[in-house]
Design a protein around this ligand. Structure first.
Ligand SMILES: Nc1ncnc2c1ncn2[C@@H]1O[C@H](COP(=O)(O)OP(=O)(O)OP(=O)(O)O)[C@@H](O)[C@H]1O
Length: 245
């Protein structure tokens, strides 16, 4: 289990202090208004910013571990694949910087590529793929690292609704199959409803509520959460006939 307790970081006058839990095999959606500190929480867990307090995986503290040592892999909206390299080379880079994979690594790469439906794209250049194919490749690269905590920061937000839904369902399937603890930053309440066992609502650098998506809906912790849900649910931007208001 990923356990975050009073994990604290200060930037200027802003303070971030988080409490959160994520079990193996479960997706936790991070919701909250823009600028509330969702990405900052991921950066603190990954070790990109230096925090104090407590963050552990299966009881072992990660705080003193370097970024490379932490049991974490991440995928952000900007996928950082190299355009001029093939997908195979991009994935191999996740395993070995020299691109020299042994037989077992090559087999593993192929197996993950097959599971994500990109096995027939391995010899194409990243520059020649569509957005959805690229995000699948980036997800494959993150999975190849075989880390039990997967941090996803709006990885599919630039995709069309069908591809986004497919990507999210794939994440849920992978979390269950590989017993990953997944933290998913999203601006869409519907994403949380579709795949998350648990939702952490963040406001001003704190998790103000962590519960099931259904409980968030029925028992919002405060007026801030209730207001966010009202807006997310009501689709304020459309008139009764579905046209833009
Ligand atoms: N590198 C940085 N330097 C200074 N301030 C930053 C930096 N990164 C983020 N912030 C500030 O920290 C706060 C939290 O930012 P963060 O990116 O974590 O929010 P978020 O909830 O992920 O936002 P969004 O939903 O818009 O992506 C914001 O006020 C932001 O302006």
């Amino acid at each position: 289990m990923l356990e975050v307790k009073a994990l604290t970081f200060s930037r200027g006058s802003q303070q971030f202090c988080y409490n959160l839990r994520a079990q193996r095999g479960e997706v936790v959606a991070l919701l909250g208004q823009s600028g509330c500190g969702k990405s900052t929480l991921l950066a603190m867990i990954a070790g990109f910013v230096k925090a104090t307090g407590h963050v552990s995986w299966n009881g072992q503290s990660m705080l003193e571990q370097s970024i490379a040592e932490r049991p974490v892999s991440s995928l952000f909206q900007s996928h950082n694949l190299f355009d001029h390299l093939s997908i195979r080379q991009n994935l191999a880079l996740g395993l070995d910087g020299s691109l020299k994979l042994n037989k077992a690594q090559q087999g593993h790469l192929h197996q993950v590529a097959q599971q994500l439906g990109i096995a027939d794209l391995l010899d194409r250049r990243a520059a020649d793929l569509s957005g959805g194919q690229i995000q699948r490749a980036a997800l494959a690269r993150a999975l190849l690292r075989q880390r039990p905590i997967l941090l996803l920061d709006e990885p599919f937000s630039a995709l069309d609704p069908v591809l986004r839904y497919d990507g999210l369902k794939l994440v849920q399937q992978l979390a269950r199959q590989h017993q990953l603890a997944v933290l998913l930053v999203t601006h869409q309440l519907s994403d949380a409803r579709a795949i998350a066992e648990s939702v952490a609502f963040i406001d001003q650098g704190q998790v103000v509520q962590q519960c099931s998506p259904a409980e968030l809906q029925t028992h919002p912790a405060n007026e801030q959460v209730a207001h966010y849900l009202r807006i997310a649910n009501e689709s304020l931007f459309t008139g009764e006939d579905g046209a833009l208001a």
